[in-house]
Ligand binder design. Structure first.
Ligand code: NAD
Length: 307
């Protein structure tokens, strides 16, 4: 039987619908949330994300400002720009667009963002509160994974969840949320339920010196966030009936049409025949991630207002 397709658009729309109500409430108090993005140089990926952020913000009524700095900008100068935005009361959310040029340590600079304005959820204070199980601003992509898990209908409690990719912004926080209570929080703030999956995290070491497919084949839930090669995960690596969340976005030129396409880690056609549910790429996790960036901006604004 063909897998259920976990489309991101309806979930993103639900998130935005709630946000519109919150934004109009804030507006009635004279508050319009504002998001500032800092881009160093003009990496095509960073430019693409900035355009997407601007569009999403303008659609919902969040102010957006992009600060573009010279490719040659050094850490000290960038740190000053971030400090200025931290101090600016009109700015509620700050993003450092990645990737940054090689003279800059992106993680160190992200740590300079005020945790209450850190809408990417990457400041050590916010990442640390995921470990403690009560984050206020968590990385949008990891939260998007959890929303996809919820949409699939799988109860992960006691089930085998395998996460491929161990980055700070996706794999590690997703793995923690899959064990956590907070991640199951419903609209009323109820966190009675524990996600409670048995989580395995795979990474490059697993592929190079271990046996990746021995892990993926026992996954009731497979979350994959690698992004190096489309089709890294083939259908024969999946457990029949698994829920598959493909986070990766890999841009590839089609040799026939010459047009660029976005592909995921999973080989989709074969996987649809084996999995019970699967996220499309594009149109899955990424669509929800963008909506959650807006949600984090509103959450950051409320945090700064002491709400
Ligand atoms: P990253 O490069 O920081 O991490 C990649 C991870 O994959 C690492 O842990 C690495 O060890 C692991 N890895 C590399 N090769 C591997 C292999 N052959 N087998 C197993 N593991 C391997 O990347 P990231 O920032 O976490 O992003 C991962 C992917 O997710 C990228 O394609 C990125 O574009 C995408 N992404 C999507 C969204 C979204 O909203 N859809 C958001 C963030 C990132």
């Amino acid at each position: 039987m063909a897998a259920k397709l976990l489309e991101g658009a309806p979930i993103a729309e639900q998130i935005k619908e709630k946000l519109r109500a919150e934004l109009s409430e804030l507006k009635s108090q004279g508050v319009v949330p504002s998001l500032a993005a800092v881009m160093v140089g003009s990496n095509p990926g960073a430019v693409f994300y900035a355009k997407m952020q601007e569009k999403a913000c303008s659609e919902i009524g969040i102010e957006y400002e992009l600060k573009t700095l010279e490719e040659s900008t050094g850490q000290a100068e960038l740190e000053e720009v971030i400090a200025g935005l931290n101090a600016d009361e009109k700015v509620n959310g700050i993003i450092l667009q990645m990737p940054v040029p090689k003279q800059i340590d992106g993680r160190v600079m992200q740590a300079k963002i005020d945790p209450r304005k850190d809408v990417d959820g990457v400041n050590p204070a916010n990442l640390g509160s995921i470990v403690l199980g009560n984050p206020r601003l968590a990385p949008c992509t990891a939260m998007s994974v959890m929303m996809m898990v919820k949409a699939s209908g799988i109860d992960v409690y006691g089930k085998e969840a395998v996460v491929i990719g161990s980055s700070e912004i996706v794999g590690k926080p997703a793995a923690l949320l899959l064990m956590d209570k907070w991640a199951t929080m419903d609209e009323t703030g109820n966190t009675d339920k524990l996600a409670g999956a048995t989580v395995t995290v795979c990474h490059i070491g697993t592929s190079e010196k271990g046996d990746l497919s021995s892990h993926t084949r026992r996954a009731d839930l497979l979350v994959t966030a690698v992004g190096v090669k489309p089709g890294l995960i083939s259908a024969d690596m999946l457990k029949p009936g698994a829920v598959v969340i493909d986070v990766a976005t890999i841009r590839k030129k089609d040799p026939e049409t010459g047009k660029s396409r976005t592909l995921g880690d999973v080989e989709p056609e074969g996987a649809k025949e084996i999995a019970s549910a699967i996220t499309p790429v594009p149109g899955g996790v990424g669509t929800v991630t963008t909506a959650l960036l807006l949600k984090n901006t509103v959450e950051a604004t409320k945090w700064q207002l002491g709400k």
